[in-house]
Design a protein around this ligand. Structure first.
Ligand SMILES: Cc1cc2nc3c(=O)[nH]c(=O)nc-3n(C[C@H](O)[C@H](O)[C@H](O)COP(=O)(O)O)c2cc1C
Length: 222
């Protein structure tokens, strides 16, 4: 009942935002033409060059979790960040970024070369890249969990996050961004690794997901 209450709260806040004429101001991604495989070129987004320290400062979690809803996300090139910010804005949720201790460089993300970091991590199921920031789930009853899809799965840093947090009493709504691939089993994999919490069906979005699209998903999930 408590979880349902939280989702109802999310929807009420979302409806309020829509009624107030809230519109999207997020940039759209340029990767929408991607087919089933990753894009052939990966232009660095400015965010990819930000240091872990800058990212930590930019997305400090509020000290007191006054809000029952939290959006947690990892984003290497900014696409998932855009969707996460939009969800937080639509729902009035708190927002926090999972910051890797070792930021991903363009070369790390070059999936054309199978020997580069991100691809090697995805090919190493027990790889657990270190997270630089402490993220507390205390007081939250609903968590939106966002990530880019890397070779059909969530980046291994997401596994590190879910394995180190207790989701007991929390409803989780996973979401991902990708060039074109669907969320697949990536949300189920994370749910299994977390081992606790109520995991709802996840959803893949493009970087240009509209408010209506996001609200429809939240509505369906409730
Ligand atoms: C290593 C790597 C693997 C990827 N694998 C896929 C994939 O399997 N399917 C897909 O559609 N997109 C894939 N992509 C593209 C990303 O999912 C997409 O660009 C995503 O929106 C990036 O999110 P971000 O900007 O938040 O990091 C891959 C990208 C990288 C760097």
């Amino acid at each position: 009942m408590k979880r349902m209450g939280s989702l109802i709260l999310v929807l009420a806040l979302a409806a309020l935002c829509v009624a107030c004429g809230s519109t999207s101001a997020q940039p759209s991604t340029t990767q929408e033409t991607m087919d089933a495989a990753p894009p052939e070129t990966s232009e660095p987004a400015p965010e990819a060059e930000a240091s872990a320290e800058e990212a930590l400062e930019a997305h400090e979690q509020p000290e007191e979790n006054a809000n029952a809803v939290l959006v947690v996300y990892f984003s290497a090139t900014g696409t998932t960040r855009g969707v996460a910010e939009k969800i937080a804005s639509l729902t009035g949720a708190d927002l926090v970024e999972i910051v890797p201790t070792q930021p991903y460089t363009d070369e790390d993300l070059n999936y054309s070369d199978r020997t580069t970091r991100a691809t090697v991590e995805q090919n190493t199921p027990d790889a657990r890249p270190e997270i630089a920031n402490e993220i507390s789930l205390d007081g939250y009853t609903t968590v939106f969990l966002g990530y880019p899809l890397w070779w059909g799965q969530a980046p291994r840093i997401m596994s590190a996050f879910v394995e180190n947090h207790d989701f007991m009493g929390i409803t989780i709504l996973p979401f991902c961004t990708s060039g074109s691939s669907d969320i697949g089993q990536s949300d189920d994999t994370l749910a299994g690794q977390a081992g606790s919490g109520t995991w709802l069906q996840g959803r893949r979005f493009s970087g240009s997901a509209s408010d209506d699209e996001l609200l429809a998903w939240i509505d369906d999930a409730a």
